[in-house]
Design a protein around this ligand. Structure first.
Ligand code: NAD
Length: 453
């Protein structure tokens, strides 16, 4: 079947109202959960072939994430879909007011390659939970994971409800010509702009989950040992190919030397060697070459070795970095961690205020004034105090960017809302209406209206 036929069938199917049925939604969410559980090994093998990601990382950062999403919606769907009564204001008496979440229709989800299951399936699950039909276009860069998702979903779901369309730039360009009811895109800022432009043609609302340079600040009041351990874990997870990984470090100069030593200690302890289970490969040669060029050999504090054949780049710490260095001009998206020193906490916040709003920001400190200033002054998608990345794991909080790092958010209730329209209904009684609302108008009516409104 051609893709235009699938889009057209989804639009027709949506109008049958079947996807609005809660039992229907739950049945397919349960089916998806069963497929994922049954095929966990196949899913792990595919991602391992794409970029050598370990079974442990695939389970913790992909499979369990997606299963938790499904379980969240299965548990909360009745409450999420229930119309919410709100107070009716005086001008609308006698009446009752309520908000009815409704699905948008046929939506498009475009995924990125770095967490190929989570970033494709998680928004797709939210779209289905909210009662939409969905076309998923995973990233072609992680080819094996794209293929296994297409196989498992297209063999088990009716295409008029859910369909995985395989392909790259040409296929995405083709999809973007159709009029969807929402486009959910995860990827680079550059492609995000292409998607936004195409969506504007059809007045299609978007969620854009983009990237950017996410800073981590290490204050002199930090618990340095804990900070080093958590930063090393978060930076080198997935070999730094994580949208919310700390992109660079801002470290108070008084603890800088000591902190670098601690970072080195944990990199060694975590054993990110070329043959190790816990260290992922760089996704492809293009990114490998881009990353190797960012390693200024004169600034290497630790690491810097690479192996093109195996697409391995050693965890690398760059010291004495300044804002003009190449590594500070673009999102790194790899295992290179530049370290910049600062002398005053407030000055560093002022510097960050001049930059694009990042997807994440992190602060390590025990000082409550610093915590307060970080939270109140800086704008960023989301972040942590005394940790990195883990804010994503709480589905009670929205995940998304702000400014250049994105538009909109998802996870848990926020994912459901991203794919829903909140329809307001005022139901009026056929009696008890004040006649002052209707013409002919008079000064006396106006004075009553003034009092009432
Ligand atoms: P990308 O923008 O290259 O690709 C994303 C998707 O867009 C893919 O499905 C791809 O097929 C499609 N695409 C690529 N070029 C296109 C074009 N010219 N026209 C139409 N479609 C096109 O991004 P990527 O390399 O897959 O991911 C890396 C980027 O994504 C990083 O910037 C990272 O920070 C960001 N990211 C953000 C999040 C988030 O949740 N905010 C998560 C992961 C990655």
């Amino acid at each position: 079947m051609k893709i235009q036929e699938i889009v057209s069938h989804q639009k027709t199917f949506f109008k049958t109202q079947q996807t609005k049925n809660i039992k229907f939604r739950k049945m397919y969410l349960e089916k998806l959960r069963d497929i994922i559980i049954k095929n966990e090994n196949l899913l792990c093998e595919a991602i391992y072939r794409d970029f050598g990601k370990s079974k442990f990382d695939t389970f913790t950062t992909e499979i369990s994430f997606v299963l938790n999403d499904i379980n969240y919606y299965l548990k909360n769907l009745n409450a999420l879909t229930k119309p919410k009564k709100v107070t009716t204001n005086l001008a609308n008496q006698i009446g009752s007011s309520s908000i009815h979440p409704e699905p948008l229709g046929c939506v498009l989800v475009i995924g990125a390659w770095n967490y190929p299951y989570q970033l494709s399936l998680s928004p797709m699950i939210a779209a289905l939970a909210a009662g939409n039909c969905c076309i998923l276009k995973p990233s072609e860069i992680a080819e094996n994971t794209m293929k296994i998702m297409a196989k498992l979903i297209n063999e088990n779901f009716p295409p008029e409800y859910l369909y995985v369309y395989e392909g790259g730039i040409d296929e995405t360009t083709e999809l973007l010509r159709f009029k969807f009811d929402k486009i959910f895109f995860t990827g680079s800022t550059k492609v995000g702009k292409i998607v936004y432009r195409a969506a504007a043609e059809n007045l299609t609302p978007v969620v854009l989950e983009l990237g950017g340079k996410s800073p981590a600040i290490v204050s002199k009041d930090a618990d340095l040992e804990t900070a080093a351990k958590r930063i090393v874990w978060g930076k080198f997870l997935n070999a730094g190919q994580t949208c919310v990984a700390p992109d660079y470090l801002l470290v108070d100069e008084s603890v800088h030397e000591q902190f670098l030593e601690m970072l080195r200690k944990y990199i060694n302890e975590f054993k990110y060697t070329p043959d190790s289970e816990q260290y992922t490969k760089i996704i492809n040669r293009k990114n490998f070459n881009r990353l190797v060029k960012l390693i200024n050999r004169e600034k290497i504090y630790f690491g810097g070795n690479s192996d093109e054949e195996n697409l391995y780049i050693e965890p690398t710490l760059l010291n004495n970095v300044n804002w003009e260095d190449d590594v500070m001009q673009e999102e790194i998206f790899g295992p290179i961690l530049p370290v910049i020193c600062f002398s005053h906490f407030n000055l560093v916040l002022n510097t960050l205020l001049e930059l694009e709003k990042p997807l994440a920001a992190y602060l390590f400190t025990r000082n409550s004034e610093e915590k307060q200033a970080f939270t109140a002054k800086l704008s960023f998608g989301g972040g942590c105090i005394n940790d990195v990345i883990m804010h994503l794991g709480n589905e009670r909080m929205p995940f998304g960017g702000v400014g250049a790092s994105g538009i909109g958010n998802y996870h848990g209730k926020f994912g459901f809302d991203a794919f829903s329209h909140q329809k307001s209904i005022l139901e009026k009684a056929n009696w008890g209406e004040p006649s002052i609302k209707y013409p002919p108008y008079s000064e006396k009516k106006l004075s009553w209206i003034r009092k009432l409104l």
